[in-house]
Design a binder for this molecule. Structure first.
Ligand SMILES: C[S@@+](CC[C@H](N)C(=O)[O-])C[C@H]1O[C@@H](n2cnc3c(N)ncnc32)[C@H](O)[C@@H]1O
Length: 280
């Protein structure tokens, strides 16, 4: 079978199984199997796909038809200006989270040697993206998940910044080390009775530990605010990702813990997505 027909068959199968972007996903999976970029496929539609590759491709198409996210199948995801290795058990970086990077870079614009803490570091996408942009800064990433700490180390090595970052496997509750200019976090913030309404790809495949924010979604956020109040230098900044209905409640928690609210930011869909505050 040639590349053109393999994509056509894959697309047909995924469409029948209600996958949102059947053609794109078929192309990405075939490119993964052939170890080529997507563009190669488009320029080589007549080339034959050998039996072994065809079998691997069909297996991936089948997994995708069950809802497994494309990033867990291709094992990579672009975020900000890097490509991150991705593994099952670790949250896939989201485009909206890039808003946190924009805000961090504004805060760090005139600072050279900043110390940055990322709470719930996951794949390392936030902390490593900032460190790539700020070559004299250094960072610490913490996470309760072993898989996240391993993957963050892999990504730091791949991006050549292992010497400016360290990762610690710990619950935020048990972490007391250092004083930071900037603390940043995309915490688990989904109300636990709303997890069942998330898309199948998310709720069936992404780690609950990365999503579950307790009864009202702010259980982990409050822990992070309290810990940030202890770990930030005076006038240090806290950047938090929130869900669209948490602006009022999280603002209240921040003020109660003695933070000054600098600003809130909306995401690409115009939902409140991020709060920037200062320790006073
Ligand atoms: C929403 S994910 C964010 C991952 C990554 N920063 C990103 O933006 O893609 C939240 C992360 O917090 C971690 N986490 C959950 N509870 C934690 C806790 N008590 N202490 C430290 N990390 C925790 C999860 O394992 C997960 O990696």
């Amino acid at each position: 079978m040639n590349i053109h027909n393999a994509i056509r068959e894959g697309t047909k199968f995924l469409r029948k199984n209600n996958v949102k972007y059947p053609e794109l996903d078929s192309e990405l999976l075939l490119a993964k199997v052939l170890r080529k970029e997507r563009e190669y496929l488009i320029l080589n539609l007549d080339k034959n796909v050998n039996e072994d590759n065809l079998k691997d491709y069909k297996d991936l198409i089948e997994e995708r038809s069950f809802g497994k996210p494309i990033a867990y199948l291709t094992k990579k995801k672009s975020f900000w200006n890097s490509e991150f290795e991705i593994r099952e058990g670790v949250l896939i970086p989201r485009p909206d989270t890039e808003i946190l990077i924009q805000e961090a870079l504004k805060i760090l614009k005139f600072k050279n040697q900043s110390s940055i803490l990322d709470i719930g570091v996951g794949s390392g996408c936030i902390l490593l993206s900032i460190l790539r942009e700020k070559p004299f800064s250094y960072g610490t990433g913490i996470d309760i998940s072993n898989k996240s700490i391993n993957l963050s180390n892999i990504n730091a090595k791949k991006l050549g910044i292992l010497n400016r970052v360290k990762f610690v496997k710990t619950d935020v509750d048990n972490f007391y080390f250092g004083k930071y200019d900037l603390i940043i976090s995309n915490p688990p913030y989904i109300k636990n009775n709303e997890i069942k309404y998330l898309e199948n790809d998310v709720k069936n495949f992404e780690p609950k530990l990365a999503l579950d924010g307790g009864l009202d979604g702010t259980f982990k956020i409050l822990k992070i605010i309290k810990k940030a109040s202890f770990l930030l230098k005076k006038n240090g900044k806290l950047i938090l990702e929130i869900s669209k209905d948490q602006k009022t409640s999280v603002t209240k928690l921040l003020k109660k813990e003695g933070f000054y609210i600098n600003k809130t930011r909306k995401d690409y869909a115009q939902n409140d997505r991020c709060i920037i505050s200062s320790k006073i």
